[in-house]
Design a protein around this ligand. Structure first.
Ligand code: ASP
Ligand code: MG
Length: 498
């Protein structure tokens, strides 16, 4: 059996939802289908509840739009008849519950996180019953009964042991098609509705696939798979057909929004392959993620980045040789639920830099200043401040392990292009080199790195002749810039000019 997950855009329009029907009905083995809310609905549910909480009566218009999206979808994709009547009854019942909740919020002008979680759950509850009625022979299951969370550090975390047991019990006998709402869950103690975080439907699918030892997990989305870089920035980026679990984890943790990062682990642990496919281009090869991959000749597999970076540096001569400074840094951050995505410490031990999201920066400084207040007072450690408006870039690939000179090539490329690196980190696993630059250098950095690692000599020549590069200005100017840059970077001597 396999598990297939269809994201918001896949179930978001009439055409795409009909493709989903076609894709699933063509499967010749038992399948569990996990769906997200119709594209854009989760955001709209959150928005509407915030408007209602502020006492903005325009929330009603937003609510109406939510109603219309679902009702129109039912009328367009489900033929008139008993099935449609039954479905409409259920959809209307859910929508009227939602209306009452919004009205309650509007009246008391208060929105708790518990109520918020209940509200967003309607997105997947609605989409899943619509898709269940659309696909021939599909049986609907309520994931709130078997996806269980517990509260840790003010966050709802999956209870994977309990969930695995409940999933096994629920699916002891499999129908041809089981239809499951993604994202939503319940607290294992209170039974309150919770969820697995934004983008969490992928995780629902992965957890089910792992619990049932599925043959594969398919994630159907609106792109062809993982790409060598963000195609909105790099016009020459292309789909990567094979990735190892480690490479996928490195890439998705970091910018590439193809899958929700926690998704990889449960299936990786069971050695279940993940296939990323495009609902809008089902013939496309997609990306397969598995243990052993054909690593190819390229030194790196992909480049990922996030613009949202603050760098916090704990520094002071009083840190040198003192045991436990890093322990205290990470303990203080962890106790406050702050996630650190990059760490860099010089061997002199007099500074540790950590990369966090901008929204966490103020709190991180506050808790670190408190943790080290004595040392700061004594002048052993400087007051902790955050550098904002930075971006983190990572180059990823298991081939780096066997190829010397990758870091040299990377930093050489950046240096020749006048880009200054503020901090960098490479784990001993050698599958990722991450570095921090100013936000304003992000685009340029991605461009020069991508050209340097991924363009073939043929593409360079083509770029030179056709001027399809990404540098602004007139075509002639573009060609000239690209020519200079590329030739300088690759030490190329172009003899052929068209
Ligand atoms: N509907 C949820 C979201 O938008 C979960 C998901 O789509 O995976 O975040
Ligand atoms: Mg998603």
């Amino acid at each position: 059996m396999k598990v297939m997950k269809f994201g918001g855009t896949s179930v978001g329009s009439v055409n795409s939802i009909l493709s989903v029907k076609q894709i699933v009905e063509a499967v010749e083995e038992p399948v569990i289908v996990v769906v997200s809310a119709l594209g854009g609905i989760t955001d709209k549910l959150i928005n509407t509840s915030q408007m209602a909480a502020k006492g903005d009566a325009a929330y009603e218009k937003e609510y109406r739009e939510i109603v219309n999206r679902h009702i129109e979808m039912v009328y367009t994709v489900i033929p008139a008849g008993d099935a449609r009547t039954v479905l409409l009854d259920k959809v209307n019942e859910l929508l009227s519950e939602l209306k009452d909740i919004f009205q309650g919020i509007y009246l008391i002008k208060d929105l708790s996180s518990k109520t918020s979680a209940t509200i967003v759950s309607y997105g997947e509850r609605l989409s899943s019953i619509i898709v269940a009625s659309l696909i021939k022979g599909a049986v609907w299951y309520d994931s709130r009964n078997f996806i269980k969370t517990e509260k840790k550090h003010a966050k709802h975390i999956l209870d994977s042991e309990l969930t695995t047991r409940l999933v096994k019990e629920t699916f002891r006998e499999l129908p041809e098609v089981a239809l499951v709402p993604g994202f939503i869950s319940t607290d294992k103690n209170s039974g309150e509705v919770t969820n697995l975080g934004r983008g969490g439907s992928d995780y629902t699918a992965s957890v089910i696939a792992a619990a049932l030892n599925a043959d594969s997990l398919e994630i159907w989305t609106d792109v062809d798979g993982f790409m060598t870089a963000d195609p909105r920035v790099i016009s020459t980026a292309y789909t990567i057909n094979e990735l190892s679990y480690v490479e996928a984890m490195e890439l998705c943790n970091f910018g590439a929004k193809v899958v929700y990062p926690p998704t990889i682990y449960p299936v990786c642990h069971k050695n279940i392959p993940i296939l990323i496919k495009n609902t809008f281009n089902p013939q496309g090869e997609g990306t397969i993620i598995k243990q052993e991959v054909n690593s190819g000749s390229k030194a790196i597999k992909g480049i990922s980045s996030i613009n949202d970076t603050s760098l916090i540096t704990v520094t002071g001569l009083g840190m040198v040789g003192v045991i436990g400074v890093n322990f205290r840094i990470f303990k203080a951050l962890a106790q406050n639920g702050i996630s650190v995505f990059m760490v860099s410490q010089a061997s002199s031990e007099n500074s540790t830099s950590i990369g966090v999201r901008n929204q966490d920066a103020a709190l991180a400084c506050e808790v670190l200043n408190e943790e080290f207040s004595k040392e700061i007072e004594m002048g052993e450690i400087s007051p902790v401040v955050a550098e904002m408006n930075l971006a983190t870039i990572a180059i990823v690939g298991e081939n780096m392990k066997h190829t010397p000179g990758i870091a040299g090539k990377l930093f050489g490329t950046l240096g020749r292009n006048g880009i200054s690196v503020i901090a960098c980190a490479q784990g001993a696993s050698e599958t990722n080199i991450s570095f921090v630059v100013e936000s304003k250098s992000l685009r340029k950095s991605l461009n020069v790195i991508h050209d340097s690692f991924f363009l073939s000599e043929y593409q360079v020549l083509n770029l030179f002749i056709c001027g399809t590069g990404t540098v602004g200005g007139s075509l002639i100017e573009q060609i000239r810039c690209q020519q200079q840059r590329l030739m300088q970077e690759r030490g190329l001597k172009l003899k052929v000019v068209a």
